[in-house]
Every structure is written in structure tokens, then in C-alpha cells.
Ligand binder design. Structure first.
Ligand SMILES: *[C@@H]1O[C@H](CO)[C@@H](O)[C@H](O)[C@H]1NC(C)=O
Ligand SMILES: *[C@@H]1O[C@H](CO)[C@@H](O)[C@H](O)[C@H]1NC(C)=O
Ligand SMILES: *[C@@H]1O[C@H](CO)[C@@H](O)[C@H](O)[C@H]1NC(C)=O
Ligand SMILES: *[C@@H]1O[C@H](CO)[C@@H](O)[C@H](O)[C@H]1NC(C)=O
Ligand SMILES: *[C@@H]1O[C@H](CO)[C@@H](O)[C@H](O)[C@H]1NC(C)=O
Ligand SMILES: *[C@@H]1O[C@H](CO)[C@@H](O)[C@H](O)[C@H]1NC(C)=O
Ligand SMILES: *[C@@H]1O[C@H](CO)[C@@H](O)[C@H](O)[C@H]1NC(C)=O
Ligand SMILES: *[C@@H]1O[C@H](CO)[C@@H](O)[C@H](O)[C@H]1NC(C)=O
Ligand SMILES: *[C@@H]1O[C@H](CO)[C@@H](O)[C@H](O)[C@H]1NC(C)=O
Length: 436
């Protein structure tokens, strides 16, 4: 026997079950939430028709929306744009989104909200776990209200025009695992409360202090501190970083690091020496291959090393190859290496890609490739970039690298004709040879 109260409930349950089973009947959406989305749509400028599906009755079917199968509440709103495909939103982010109380995921990255502020009302979406507002052109300060999103695991505000100081309230986001505040115009020191974010795995930030708040972040696996203007004046920050025990990826791009500095700052021990696998030191001021020895001292399991945009030249001693026995990717483009220096890299038996574009290679290609192939790298190399050097000679037998997939030798001074029947590796997918 059913009473009138049970009947609708029964139908509700059956209906939900049937959707899960045959997946044909669309999930209905809650009228109040549908209304909120339509209000949002009216306020936003959608030049490229990203929201063109937003008119049918079943809002859970609309593009970018995901609802709960059980409660029908909207859980996820993925409205990321794409500048390259001319697909982005602009205009106003209407506060009707506050009517989506169960929202857990909001992704608005790569839209165009220039000259607007990050809406304060986002702080009332208490169930948010993921908030991606990167590359949106937002101006102004970070609203302190974001500090009350206590379930937040992921916060990306990178690549905007935000300014002012970073609110200490962000230190309250105790569940936060990923925080990206890079590429903005913040001023002042980092609030020490960020040191309370004990769950933090990934941190991308520009800092101007000594990082005294960093030591507690012992869960960090990814740390990026690009454009730290004073990293080269004080050793304390590097000492602090050296103590992080779980670091897997460290990026210190454009930090004015020099040979002298790293040698004089050598901490006794790097706690991440058995975890660090990606090290990015692009756009610093290293000149001598000492940096390779330093790198091999601080980690024994390095897989990717980026050193482009320094002033490196010269050969490393032979133990570099011996120590680097897991290195797969080595980026040395935009340096001053000469062909004779390449011997140092010919015995890294794990190396897949070697980038040497825009260096000072002036010798002939047959000799360069001949010398490089004299070591075991011959059997591992898949990608070789030699563009924009001053390499002379003609195209030799390239099949000496039997697994090569990509060879860039454009922008050099190669001459002559390409010999008929020149041997290429059977794996070769890409060969650029123009501008010679
Ligand atoms: C909801 O349904 C979809 C598709 O039928 C399914 O992939 C998903 O796992 C379901 N989610 C829950 C929470 O039951
Ligand atoms: C947001 O969308 C972009 C583009 O699809 C994606 O790369 C990014 O990982 C998304 N952010 C989150 C938190 O999922
Ligand atoms: C931050 O957390 C503390 C306690 O952990 C609490 O007293 C305070 O109200 C919180 N602040 C905000 C802005 O949520
Ligand atoms: C957060 O950090 C501040 C400053 O470092 C500290 O005084 C405070 O006790 C911390 N709060 C919690 C809840 O850990
Ligand atoms: C640190 O880097 C800045 C900017 O590149 C430079 O002007 C300064 O001389 C460097 N200081 C030291 C101690 O190397
Ligand atoms: C880092 O290593 C030192 C020894 O060099 C040790 O005393 C310290 O406890 C380690 N720190 C962490 C956070 O593991
Ligand atoms: C590498 O470590 C050894 C032993 O700790 C030390 O003697 C040497 O100076 C270090 N070399 C560099 C370049 O950091
Ligand atoms: C390139 O090498 C030549 C010598 O072969 C040298 O004269 C020149 O200064 C080098 N260029 C750079 C930018 O190091
Ligand atoms: C190749 O190696 C030989 C012997 O080590 C050396 O004499 C020659 O200069 C090298 N050529 C290039 C282009 O590095």
C-alpha cells in the first residue's frame, strides 16, 4: 500500500535507477539550478556559442555541466575556454552561481574576464574542491572570502593580473593540495600562514622573502619559484628547499643563479636526493659545466633536466654520464656549447631527447653526428634538436641513430645536395632541414 507521500518518492528513485541502468533518459535537473544557469548565461558574453546547448529542459545534459545521479544537484561546471580555438567567455560572472550549493568543481580557465575582479561570492560555494581561474585576465586582489572554502583541494589563480598582498586567509585552506599563484603582480611577503598548508603537494609561486614559511610544507612534491629576484643574494632559501623530503619537481627558472652561488651554497645534504626527478633551471646565469656536477650531487634519479637559456660551454668530466643513469630529457638549447663538448653527453645511455638548438655548433654535421653516436646514446636517442647553430657540411647517414624519431637541423649552414639513397632511421617521423 502506498500513501501519496511515498508515491513521488518511489517514482523519483525508479527514475534515477533507470537512468543509471539504460543511460538513455537524461538526468533531469533541479528547476532552481536551471534558472541560476540561465541567469548566468544572460550575464555572460558568449561570442563563440560555448553555451549554445544551454536551452533544453534537461540542464544536466548541457555542455560543461555534470550533475549527481542521485540528488540531481549540479556538481561540476567546466567552462574552460581556449584562446587558440577562439572559444572563450567574457563579461560578467553572475552571482546566480551561488544557487549551486553542491558545486564541487568550477573550471573557468582561459576565458577573458579582463578588467574584472574575482567574484567574492565564490567564497560561499562551500563544497568547492576544485577552483581553476587561471589565465582569465582577472585584476584586483584575491578575495579573502576564498579562505573559507574549507574543502578546497585545488586552487589555480595563475596567469592573471592580480595584485596586492596574498591574503593570509588562504592559510586556512587546510585540504589544499595544489596552489598556483604564479604569474601575477603580488607585492609583499608571503603570509607565513601558507606554511600551515600541510597537505600541499604542488606550489607555484613568486616569492621575495627567504621562504621561512616553507619548512613545514613537507608534503611538497612540486615546487616552482620562478623569477625569484633575490635567490642569488641569500643562501637561506636554497637551504630551506634542500630540506624538503619529497620533492619530485623543482623549478627555479630565471632566478639569477650562478656557478659561484651554487658552489658556495652547497648544503650538507639534500633531503630530496632520492625523489627529485625533474629539475628546471632555465634562464639562469650558469657558465661552466660545474652545474652538471652540482645536479648529480643533489639527485641520483633525475629524469628531466632543463638548462636552456644559460651561458654554458665546455665539457663535463666523464663521471657525469655515470651518475646520470636515469636521465631521459636534457634541454641545453640557447647556450654556447661547441661540438667538441657534446662528447660528454654521448654516454648517457638512457637519454631520449637532447635539445641543442641555438648553441655555438660550427663543425660539420657528419663529424658532429659521428662523435655523438660513438657512445651508447646512439641506441637511446629519439629526439635531437640542432636548429639555429652554424653547422656545415652535408646530410650524412642518419641511420646510425637507429631509434631516432625527430631530427631538427634547420637554420644552419648545411650545403650541397641530399645524396640519393641517404639512409634515414626507419623510426624517423619528423625531419626539418629548411633555412640552410
Ligand atoms: C552516474 O552515471 C554515470 C553514467 O551512467 C556513471 O558513469 C557515474 O559513475 C554515475 N555516478 C554515480 C555517482 O553514480
Ligand atoms: C581546467 O580545464 C583545463 C582545460 O581543459 C585543464 O587543463 C585543467 O586541468 C582543468 N583544471 C582542473 C582543476 O581540472
Ligand atoms: C581560519 O581558521 C581558524 C581556525 O582554524 C578560524 O578560527 C577562522 O575563523 C578561519 N578563518 C576563516 C576566514 O575562515
Ligand atoms: C598558522 O600559521 C600561523 C603563522 O605561522 C601560526 O601562528 C598558527 O598557529 C598556524 N595555525 C594553525 C592552525 O596551524
Ligand atoms: C643577483 O642577480 C641580480 C640580477 O640579475 C644581479 O644584478 C646581482 O648582481 C646578483 N647578485 C649576486 C650576489 O650575484
Ligand atoms: C633532512 O635531512 C636532515 C639531515 O641532513 C634531517 O636532520 C632532517 O630531519 C631532514 N628533514 C626532513 C624534513 O626530512
Ligand atoms: C659534490 O659533492 C662532493 C661530496 O660532497 C663535494 O666534494 C663536491 O664539491 C660537490 N660538487 C659540486 C659541484 O657541488
Ligand atoms: C662561438 O665560438 C667561436 C669560436 O669557434 C667564438 O669565437 C665565439 O665567441 C663563440 N660564440 C659565443 C656566443 O660563445
Ligand atoms: C670528434 O672527435 C674527435 C676525436 O675525439 C675530435 O678530434 C673532433 O674534433 C671531434 N669533432 C667534433 C665535431 O666534435
Amino acid at each position: 500500500m502506498r500513501n501519496p507521500v511515498q508515491l513521488p518518492l518511489m517514482m523519483f528513485v525508479l527514475c534515477a535507477v533507470s537512468q543509471v541502468v539504460n543511460g538513455e533518459q537524461p538526468i533531469r535537473c533541479l528547476p532552481k539550478e536551471r534558472e541560476a544557469l540561465l541567469q548566468f548565461k544572460v550575464a555572460i558574453v558568449d561570442e563563440y556559442g560555448m553555451l549554445s546547448s544551454w536551452s533544453t529542459p534537461h540542464c544536466c545534459q548541457w555542455e560543461g555541466i555534470r550533475c549527481s545521479n542521485l540528488t540531481f544537484h549540479i556538481l561540476s561546471l567546466d567552462l574552460h575556454g581556449d584562446f587558440y580555438q577562439y572559444r572563450y567567455l567574457s563579461g560578467e560572472i553572475h552571482k546566480s552561481l551561488m544557487e549551486l550549493p553542491q558545486l564541487q568543481y568550477l573550471n573557468l580557465t582561459s576565458n577573458y574576464f579582463q578588467h574584472t575582479h574575482i567574484p567574492e561570492f565564490l567564497g560561499s560555494l562551500k563544497n568547492l574542491k576544485y577552483l581553476d581561474l587561471s589565465s582569465c585576465g582577472f585584476e584586483g586582489k584575491i578575495p579573502i572570502q576564498l579562505g573559507s572554502l574549507s574543502h578546497l583541494k585545488y586552487l589555480n589563480l595563475g596567469w592573471n593580473d592580480l595584485e596586492g598582498s596574498i591574503p593570509h586567509q588562504l592559510g586556512n585552506l587546510s585540504q589544499l593540495q595544489h596552489l598556483d599563484l604564479s604569474y601575477n603582480h603580488f607585492e609583499g611577503n608571503i603570509p607565513p600562514q601558507l606554511g600551515n598548508l600541510s597537505q600541499l603537494h604542488e606550489l607555484y609561486l613568486k616569492i621575495s622573502d627567504g621562504g621561512q614559511w616553507l619548512p613545514n610544507l613537507i608534503s611538497l612534491t612540486h615546487l616552482s619559484l620562478e623569477y625569484v629576484s633575490n635567490l642569488n643574494t641569500s643562501h637561506t632559501l636554497l637551504q630551506v628547499i634542500a630540506k624538503l623530503p619529497k620533492l619530485r619537481e623543482l623549478s627555479l627558472v630565471h632566478c639569477s643563479l650562478s656557478d659561484h652561488f651554487i658552489l658556495s651554497s652547497m648544503p650538507a645534504k639534500f633531503n630530496f636526493s632520492s625523489s627529485l626527478s625533474v629539475l628546471d633551471l632555465r634562464d639562469n646565469t650558469f657558465t661552466s659545466p660545474t652545474v652538471f656536477h652540482w645536479v648529480s650531487n643533489i639527485t641520483s634519479i633525475l629524469v628531466e633536466l632543463y638548462l636552456s637559456g644559460n651561458h654554458l660551454e665546455g665539457s663535463t668530466s666523464s663521471d657525469f654520464d655515470n651518475v646520470m643513469n636515469s636521465l631521459r630529457h636534457l634541454d641545453l638549447s640557447y647556450n654556447n656549447f661547441k661540438a667538441r663538448d657534446l662528447k660528454s653527453f654521448s654516454n648517457i645511455c638512457t637519454l631520449h631527447s637532447l635539445y641543442l638548438s641555438s648553441n655555438n655548433l660550427t663543425e660539420d654535421l657528419p663529424s658532429i653526428l659521428g662523435n655523438l653516436s660513438s657512445g651508447c646514446v646512439r641506441h637511446s636517442l629519439q629526439e635531437l634538436h640542432l636548429s639555429s647553430n652554424h653547422i656545415t657540411g652535408t646530410l650524412p647517414d642518419i641511420s646510425i641513430f637507429p631509434y631516432l624519431k625527430t631530427l631538427f637541423i634547420d637554420g644552419n649552414q648545411l650545403s650541397g645536395t641530399i645524396p640519393e639513397g641517404v639512409k634515414l632511421p626507419s623510426t624517423l617521423e619528423e625531419l626539418t632541414i629548411g633555412f640552410n
